[in-house]
Design a protein around this ligand. Structure first.
Ligand code: SAM
Ligand code: SF4
Length: 451
């Protein structure tokens, strides 16, 4: 018999809230916990360890955490009655921002771990089992985390890869600089090693992630250098990146959109508002004219580039005419998709203390008007694909029998009848139908990446 005892098999359930960076982090937590014998479960009921990977960006997201902890308490008690132990861990940005409070308010929570401390999970779980030591780990840097994380295990043909964390921009509404800390870029060699490992495991599409991904300045090269180097990895067919800040869209990066064949013709570029007064109060460091100019240059570099954005309504001091300026900008640019939010005051951010907080009813009314416009643009963009043949990266089976599912170059979800399509293949699909959220198509014979 081997001297090394295999770890007891255990089940792990992770609930992920918020942005793609949390989706990436949840995957990395699975990688950290795998050697301890944890296999993923898709429900908390049979889980020995439940992790809530939380989001602090808006008040609603934070409130959810406390109601979910309440649900987990009942779950823990039920399992205890069956003689089973359940460890509850709170991770993510709420853990970072409100760790002490969670510890004080929720005795059923066994450990609280900030976004830079996931490599410490095995130690924290052992401590929790012994009921000794601190329950909170939040004092680490992004560099310590990335240096200590184990090899990446791919899940599917499309993968996220975090290359940059934190933010030094300090938009007045945003908690990210406080929860994720100062901007840190991973060395280019480390990012490339992870990208190659993903490609070796069959990944075809890589989405580079960062709170300000295009501000990347890791040891070894610029963001454009990194995109070029990833483009050279055999097996990687598609590259995307998010989330970008307008002021970091430099000439080299814009030019790359017309020159790098693997860079997909889709860009998420948050503008937040169309009013220069509000953009200034938000400390966004760009105005409407600069944003319009960047879009014009991107479209000159890549004619068919599809655009997405983030918008906030009801920022303090927003008047009807400021909101109208946002509608004007949206009408003028035409977005293929967008995320729109009501301004949510966050404790400790400058905007939360500003005069002129906008009534909830006004925020609701503006959000409705804005979303009516955005949804119409999204539908129109999807409908404009009807009759085109798009290259679709197959990501899985559709809901109906015989149906395959994939993504267009513009990140649209596409369903088409095809028994044979294999995950990771890129197949030509003629688009025959469109709704606001997806396209329907038919596979055709010859392949061409979208023009
Ligand atoms: N770094 C990105 C940028 O500069 O746009 C996005 C970061 S944030 C995780 C994603 C989006 O959440 C922001 O673009 C913004 O629209 C929205 N957001 C952030 N703080 C908010 C707040 N206090 N209230 C409402 N929306 C907010
Ligand atoms: Fe938040 Fe602004 Fe930084 Fe984006 S750029 S993460 S919105 S502070």
């Amino acid at each position: 018999m081997s001297e090394h005892k295999r770890p007891e098999p255990k089940r792990l359930f992770i609930e992920t809230y918020g942005c793609q960076m949390n989706v990436y982090d949840s995957e990395r937590m699975r990688d950290v916990l795998r050697p301890l014998g944890y296999t993923p479960s898709d429900k908390p009921d049979d889980a020995d360890l439940v992790v809530l990977n939380t989001c602090h960006i808006r008040e609603k997201a934070t409130e959810k955490v406390y109601s979910e902890i309440g649900r987990l308490r009942a779950h823990k008690e039920r399992r205890a009655a069956e003689g089973k132990t359940t460890t509850i861990a709170i991770a993510g940005c709420v853990a970072q921002a409100e760790g002490e409070e969670i510890i004080a308010r929720a005795p059923e929570v066994d450990l609280v771990v900030g976004p830079q401390a996931y490599h410490k999970l095995p130690e924290l779980i052992a401590r929790a089992a012994r009921k000794t030591g601190e329950r909170l780990a939040a004092d680490f840097t992004a560099q310590e985390k990335f240096d200590a994380l184990p090899a990446r295990v791919a899940d599917g043909v499309s993968a996220f890869l975090s290359i940059q964390e934190g933010c030094d921009k300090f938009c007045t509404f945003c908690v990210v600089p406080y929860t994720r800390g100062a901007e840190y870029s991973r060395p280019m060699a480390d990012v490339l090693a992870e990208a190659r490992a993903l490609a070796d495991q069959g990944v075809r599409e890589i989405t580079l992630l960062g709170q300000n991904v295009n501000a990347y300045h890791g040891e070894g090269g610029s963001f454009a250098d990194l995109l070029n180097a990833i483009g050279e990895i055999a097996g990687v067919a598609r590259i995307r990146y998010m989330t970008s800040h307008p002021v970091e869209m430099d000439d080299a990066l814009i030019a790359l959109h017309g020159a790098a064949p693997k860079l997909m013709p889709y860009l998420h570029l948050p503008v937040q508002s169309g009013s220069d007064r509000i953009l200034k109060a938000m400390n966004r460091k760009h105005d409407g004219a600069l944003y319009r100019d960047i879009i014009a240059r991107l479209r000159a570099a890549r004619r068919d580039i599809a655009l997405s954005t983030d918008l906030i309504v009801g920022f303090p001091g927003e008047r009807e005419q400021d909101f109208e300026a946002t509608l004007d900008l949206v009408r003028e640019i035409g977005f293929a998709s967008a995320y729109s939010f009501k301004y949510s005051p966050r404790p400790g951010t400058p905007a939360a203390a500003m005069m002129g907080q906008v009534d909830e009813a006004v925020k609701n009314e503006r959000l409705q008007r804005l979303q009516a416009l955005l949804f119409a643009q999204q539908l129109a963009f999807n409908q404009s694909q009807i009759g085109r043949v798009l290259d679709v990266l197959v990501t899985g089976r559709g809901r109906r029998p015989g149906q395959a599912h994939g993504r267009s170059p513009y990140l649209q979800s596409v369903h088409f009848a095809d028994e044979r399509a294999r995950d990771g293949e890129i197949v030509p699909v003629r688009i025959v139908g469109a709704s606001q959220n997806s396209l329907a198509g038919e596979r055709v014979m010859a392949a061409t990446e979208a023009a």
